[in-house]
Design a binder for this molecule. Structure first.
Ligand SMILES: Cc1cc2nc3c(=O)[nH]c(=O)nc-3n(C[C@H](O)[C@H](O)[C@H](O)COP(=O)(O)OP(=O)(O)OC[C@H]3O[C@@H](n4cnc5c(N)ncnc54)[C@H](O)[C@@H]3O)c2cc1C
Length: 288
């Protein structure tokens, strides 16, 4: 199918893009186009105005500065996958990036676009919840920072206002011994997750100082497994502690039965993956 009629705009600066988002009727940002273009072709989305940000300079920066990893709105999945700072210091991001879609999508799709799209089967949402990221949202009039835990509101629904853009993703730089894992069950390589779990831990004197756990594909948003996280704070990293956290994470999941599997199967896989992810994350933190 062909998309409905729309006007195409190609701003040269961020300020121009934000002005367009404030003044044009029914505008949408176009980043990698890997979600928006298919939606437009199926006519699930029919924006009147597309604001293509791809020609704006310097939006593709990924760098650690002042204790924060800053990810610009044109950083592609592939850029994260090949980033030296990510592979050296951000284990959950490093584990997730190569598991997203296929190489073509990874070369075009952006992390910020994925976050803005807010597909509960999207991988970055869980990663950002697990590591305690926040998102900078900017309009022509103001800038604000929203924690990932406050950002995902419902299916494909976020805290972004129509005149706002995600201008930066901020991931706190790790302090101390951190480890992480991203475990994803998919029907075939390149598919969206049937179930996935993002796990981040910081070890303090041999105990778990802090844990971040989030789930993909088992609810109307990516889900932060807060009870599971809390159960691990200050805990010895034992099999029993992992099993209890995994049980709590499975209880937080709200899967539905579909072509990818039954709700019972998905919930069981959350438990398996969180337990396995914790063991892997603790092991990598100890080696850090
Ligand atoms: C075959 C296929 C397989 C895929 N598999 C996976 C997978 O396994 N895991 C996964 O996580 N994803 C997967 N995806 C989705 C992919 O990751 C997309 O790249 C991503 O969801 C959207 O990023 P984008 O840059 O392409 O955004 P676009 O398609 O350009 O935009 C998506 C939405 O976000 C908005 N938007 C984009 N950037 C911004 C911004 N900076 N500020 C505000 N709003 C913005 C747009 O207006 C639009 O509403 C797959 C896609 C395809 C086509």
């Amino acid at each position: 199918m062909l998309p409905a009629r729309f006007e195409y705009h190609r701003p040269e600066s961020l300020e121009e893009a934000l002005q367009m988002l404030s003044t044009l009727e029914e505008p949408k940002v176009l980043a990698g186009g890997q979600s928006l273009i298919p939606l437009m072709k199926f006519r699930f989305a029919s924006p009147s105005n597309l604001v293509d940000i791809n020609r704006i300079p310097a939006l593709d920066r990924i760098a650690e500065e002042n204790g924060v990893l800053r990810i610009g709105p044109l950083v592609r999945h592939h850029d994260v996958e090949t980033s030296e700072v990510v592979s050296a210091r951000y284990p959950v991001l490093a584990a997730a990036a190569p598991q997203i879609a296929d190489p073509i999508v990874r070369n075009l799709g952006t992390v910020a676009g994925s976050i803005a799209h807010a597909d509960p089967a999207g991988d970055w949402g869980s990663v950002m919840l697990a590591v305690g990221a926040s998102f900078v949202l900017r309009s022509a009039a103001r800038e604000r920072e929203v924690a990932a835990s406050e950002f995902f509101r419902d299916l494909f629904t976020t805290a972004i206002e129509p005149n706002e853009m995600v201008t930066e993703i901020r991931v706190p730089a790790p302090s101390g011994r951190v480890g992480g894992a991203y475990l994803k069950l998919e029907r075939k390589v390149g598919d969206f997750a049937t179930v996935a779990a993002a796990v981040h831990v910081r070890m303090d004197d041999g105990r778990i100082g802090q844990a971040g756990i989030a789930l993909t594909g088992v609810g109307t948003t990516n889900i932060k497994a807060s009870d599971a996280e809390a159960s691990l704070a200050g805990a010895e990293p034992t099999e029993d502690a992992f099993a209890e956290a995994a049980r709590l994470a499975a209880a937080a999941a709200n899967p539905v039965s579909d072509v990818r599997g039954s709700a019972e199967y998905k919930r069981h896989m959350v438990e398996v993956y969180v337990k396995r992810g914790l063991a892997r994350a603790v092991e990598s933190a100890r080696a850090a």
